[in-house]
Design a protein around this ligand. Structure first.
Ligand SMILES: Cc1ncc(C[n+]2csc(CCOP(=O)(O)OP(=O)(O)O)c2C)c(N)n1
Ligand SMILES: [Mg+2]
Length: 317
């Protein structure tokens, strides 16, 4: 990786971390309604994977979606405004945290139904194929989605029709309070690729470089007509499932074993070891991203609420 690209990856991971910390704080102060699912600990997945795409490529993701949206090009202002339910949000304040949607950046949601985005991503890839476009759809979902029927239906057809889609499972090892080992007969998710005759690969989801390399290969395969890949990134969410989770289903000891695997700290060490970047440069990025997030909060606070007309205009009855 070139120095500039490494710095970009670092900047984006730091942006997500700081954005999430502040979003959690804003939730606590009552500025954010509904649900809020933080992505802290999983930053290397969004940053490594989305950077393997071109800007015109598509992504579809689940409700833990702030990181994906930010890396895909949505502005921190418009994402924070969406959390605040403001008219200037990416979804005009109608969607909130779980339903970020930004077609200009080819960020096609943000879906709260577990496994709901998987067939949509395959469908986008079918559209790409029909239109003869040189594009790919990167489809994110959690480990909790892989026992849903949609996962199997989508992988089957995507393989059969060689659709330009990359299935990216963020295996943070829990679906709400249920450990993967308690819900899955085959907890090694990448092995399921074999059932659909597509490549399956497990990758360290705390290593941004490894995620990037695996996704570059899969995107390249999809783009040249080679069909889908299933990537399983092993990661860990450092916070609860949502803000309302007291995390009683895992031990503090287990959490402590994951702390040294913090993807940002690991990448920082890697950058410093490479000798191409100084600690002062990385610290400056932290300060810069604090300002970006503070600006996003100010923008969200000052933005107008959606009008009643807008709110009722989007209701189907
Ligand atoms: C079809 C469906 N079933 C159940 C739920 C309730 N639910 C919301 S999040 C979640 C856990 C999903 O876990 P995972 O897919 O691993 O994603 P993570 O939260 O770990 O990122 C569940 C069961 C839902 N939203 N949709
Ligand atoms: Mg999970």
């Amino acid at each position: 990786m070139e120095r500039e690209q490494r710095l970009l990856f670092y900047r984006q991971m730091v942006l997500i971390r700081k954005f999430e910390d502040v979003a959690g704080e804003m939730y606590g102060r009552g500025h954010v309604g509904g649900f809020l699912h933080l992505y802290i600990g999983e930053e290397a997945c969004a940053v490594g994977a989305v950077n393997a795409l071109r800007h015109e490529d598509y992504i579809v993701t689940h409700y833990r979606d702030h990181g994906h949206a930010l890396v895909k090009g949505c502005s921190p202002r418009a994402v924070m405004a969406e959390l605040f339910g403001k008219a200037t949000g990416v979804s005009s304040g109608m969607g909130g945290s779980m339903h970020l949607f930004c077609p200009i950046n080819r960020m096609m949601g943000g879906y709260a139904i577990v496994g709901g985005g998987i067939p949509l991503g395959a469908g986008i890839a079918l559209g790409i194929q029909h239109l003869g476009q040189d594009l790919v759809c990167l489809n994110f979902f959690g480990d909790g989605a892989v026992n849903e029927g949609t996962f199997h239906e989508a992988l089957n057809l995507a393989s059969l029709w060689k659709l330009p889609v990359v299935f990216f499972c963020e295996n943070n090892q829990y679906a709400m309070g249920t450990a993967l080992s308690r819900s899955s007969a085959v907890p090694e998710i990448y092995k399921r690729a074999e059932a659909y005759a597509i490549p399956g690969q497990q990758v360290d989801g705390m290593d941004v470089d490894a995620v990037y390399r695996a996704t570059v290969d899969a995107v390249e395969r999809a783009r040249r007509g080679g069909g889908p890949t299933l990537i399983e990134a092993i990661t860990y969410r450092f916070k609860g499932h949502s803000m309302a989770d007291a995390v009683m289903y895992r031990s503090r000891q287990e959490e402590e074993t994951w702390r040294p695997r913090d993807p940002i700290a690991l990448f920082r060490d890697q950058l410093l070891l490479s000798g191409t970047v100084t600690a002062a440069e990385l610290d400056a990025i932290g300060v810069e991203q604090d300002a970006v997030v503070a600006d996003a909060v100010r923008y969200a606070e000052e933005s107008p609420e959606p009008t009643l007309e807008k709110m009722f205009g989007d209701v189907y009855a």
